[in-house]
Design a protein around this ligand. Sequence first.
Ligand code: LLP
Length: 413
Amino acid sequence: MHDFKYKNNNLYCEGLRVRDLAVRFGTPLHIYSYHTLTDHFIKLSKAFSAIDPLICYSVKANSNLAILKALVEKGAGLDIVSGGELFRALKAGCPAGKIVYASVGKTEREISSAISKGILFFNVESLPELKCIDRIARGLGKVTRVAIRINPDVEAKTHKFITTGKITNKFGIDLESAYRILLLRGKFRNVKICGLHIHIGSQITESAPFVAAVSKVSGFVRKLEAKGIKLEYLNIGGGLGIVYDRESPQTAQVYAHEITPLLKNTGLKIIMEPGRFIVGNAGILVTKVLYIKNTPKKKFIIVDGGMNDLIRPALYGAYHNILPLRKTFRCEKADVVGPICESGDFLAKERRIASAGEGEYLAVMSSGAYGFSMSSNYNSRLRAAEVMVSGKKARLIRKRETYADLIRNEIKG
Ligand code: LLP
């Protein structure tokens, strides 16, 4: 499942000892395994080989150029949500014709540059946005392609902050409104509606919600065909869950087995937008123990990585396994907390965890997705360095920030 394993009681990333990397590059440090990253992409492609989908990796999960390039080289397209992600996607060498663009709030400037660059299509999330894209395309003398993002109103059975396919969520367009838009499609002269898009949420561990959503949307495709409306693409979004703790998410094969027949029936070209499935378990965050603090009620392991490096525990109460770099069988109950001035700054709470002494290192597992990409400079902390390991080679793919970086854009006056 991933290439972070103990050998002789030392944690390794592929062929390198993680402790050596921590000493060489400093902490906090994000370490990625190239093999795990690309292997997940390949696994998904193979599972769906019968329908040969375009897999557009979701840039928001981890947008480092080296990560994007590694996947693009394997044939991935990219799913973007901002002008900044478009910039990154092109810099990473992704052909514009393999980029799909979602987001409920695309600005005119973002729309205009995506049209000019010739992306595959926009995933449109509202009627006003569709009108805006049509107007901008007209101004540019172009016809641009869009897919309508459908809100299928299904329960994704995941954390409420990362559920997106319920009708009370801000995403997508309900089926009835989408139908009306499609009937009026001739009104939008500079937009060709070429497909439908769904994305029902993230960290979904069972196939049932995907099956429910795809079934709804494929019924809708048939209804449209009966009206003479022919589409080309169905984008089924991302959302595949991974193992953080004791989950047993569907594998790529099970997922493919469940939905391939439904997808085949649509006769449409399939696009998918996985993020976490590809990069989640391909990364860890290594952090150093600064102090052990015993209070009358609790033990705190205070580390040099905080909620600015990995916000998932603070924001969603998310569980990340925490392992010592040198295996030990002594365990104790503790909170693993960062240096930030917030009580929400924790990586683990009341966890039975391998005892780690001051100066030792811990690995926060499965932090490849929504780790660095959600990191910040809160408390004027420098964003961590990122390293990619392939076999016995490690390469810095993002330098640790400096104090000069912190104030680069500030104007003292
Ligand atoms: N497509 C769209 C339109 C999305 O909004 C997302 C994620 C994806 C694809 C990729 O989803 P994935 O395959 O990674 O589940 N920060 C949260 C996750 C937010 C997901 C946002 N949208 C977390 O750390 O759990």
